[in-house]
Design a protein around this ligand. Structure first.
Ligand code: SF4
Length: 324
């Protein structure tokens, strides 16, 4: 399959630079594994505003007036405005990159997207919560609501990583369709993604089907824009077990006349095991894909649900950390 490489922004300290406060960088086997398959763009916001590495650590504090500020942990010098100005200017630059996703450093007072510690003041003191966000991370979440933004800790969770990869590859592939301006390509994209989208959100799938049908004969650029908006809504949901079971049963229907009773019974037994959390959905998909090959079901073989991203990126490693 010809994959379109997704564009992903990452925090530079994730495998791409010794830019942390202590001069170190973070190792991440997931980021490394993805590197040949993704266009990474990276930078370090703290070094971009002129800080050296190594440097004094930063932290978020909650002032008496209830404001969150970014300060140096030891001296208390406040660099909130400096970082906010940088974030504002960076957004325009990042928009031009047509990003499909971001992976930011977890829990950083600059890059963190969740679980960032909040303190009462600088100096030696305990944190008062771990529910804050980093200044840069928060700005990215607000400025890019349609793309998936995760941290390196969360993508070590199998389900989150699978969702992330599906999301960025689907967006990258649609970008090419949009660029082509060809209705034929839009129709094909929608058709090939039918079962993947059904697993995400059946209601959205129907809305997108109507857009593609274009009974109102609207111009192609309007269709593409509206389709993209709805694609983002769809990808911002998450495939659930009952929806996956529905999709698996739909696909099984294609083989109702060719399978033996024993083959059907075997598949239904696997389905039960999947419902009981005993096997992953990929086990059932493999069986359906094999039957698609055996019975030469061209329409099914084109379905992205069987391989939503390059198989080289499939790994069952799961840290168990994080929740969808
Ligand atoms: S977390 Fe962000 S600001 Fe901190 S070192 Fe990494 S890239 Fe730089």
């Amino acid at each position: 399959m010809d994959w379109i490489k997704p564009n992903v922004f990452i925090s530079k300290c994730l495998e791409h630079g010794h830019c942390r406060y202590d001069g170190s960088q973070i190792t991440s086997s997931e980021i490394k594994r993805m590197e040949p398959f993704i266009n990474y763009y990276y930078t370090c916001p703290e070094m971009d505003i002129g800080l050296p590495s190594p440097r004094q650590a930063l932290r978020k504090i909650l002032t008496e007036s209830g404001e969150e500020r970014l300060v140096f942990s030891q001296t208390g010098e406040d660099i909130t405005e400096k970082m906010e100005n940088y974030c504002n200017s960076k957004v325009d630059e990042l928009i031009k990159l047509e990003l499909d996703g971001m992976i930011l450093k977890s829990r950083s007072p600059s890059c963190g997207i969740k679980e960032v510690k909040l303190y009462k003041s600088h100096g030696k003191t305990q944190s008062i919560s771990n529910k804050s966000k980093g200044l840069f991370g928060e700005k990215m979440l607000k400025s890019f609501p349609d793309i998936m933004i995760e941290d390196e800790g969360r993508i070590s969770n199998f389900n989150i990583r699978e969702h992330f990869l599906t999301h960025i590859y689907t967006r990258a592939s649609f970008r090419e369709v949009k660029r082509s301006g060809a209705i034929k390509k839009l129709v094909k994209f929608h058709s090939n993604n039918k079962y993947l989208f059904m697993a995400y959100n059946q209601g959205q799938l129907k809305i997108m089907g109507k857009i593609v049908a274009n009974h109102e004969k609207r111009p192609i650029h309007e269709l593409m824009d509206e389709y993209e908006k709805n694609l983002s809504l769809l990808l911002n949901t998450f495939p659930q077990k009952r929806r996956n079971v529905n999709v698996l049963m739909h696909i099984l229907g294609y083989f109702s006349n060719v399978l033996t009773m024993n083959e059907k019974a075997y598949f239904l037994d696997l389905l039960q095991q999947y419902s009981n959390n005993q096997i992953p959905v990929s086990g059932l998909m493999s069986v359906l894909r094999m039957w698609s090959i055996k019975y030469d079901m061209a329409y099914l073989l084109d379905q992205t649900i069987f391989e939503p991203y390059p198989k080289e990126l499939i790994t069952v490693n799961d840290s168990g950390k994080g929740r969808i």
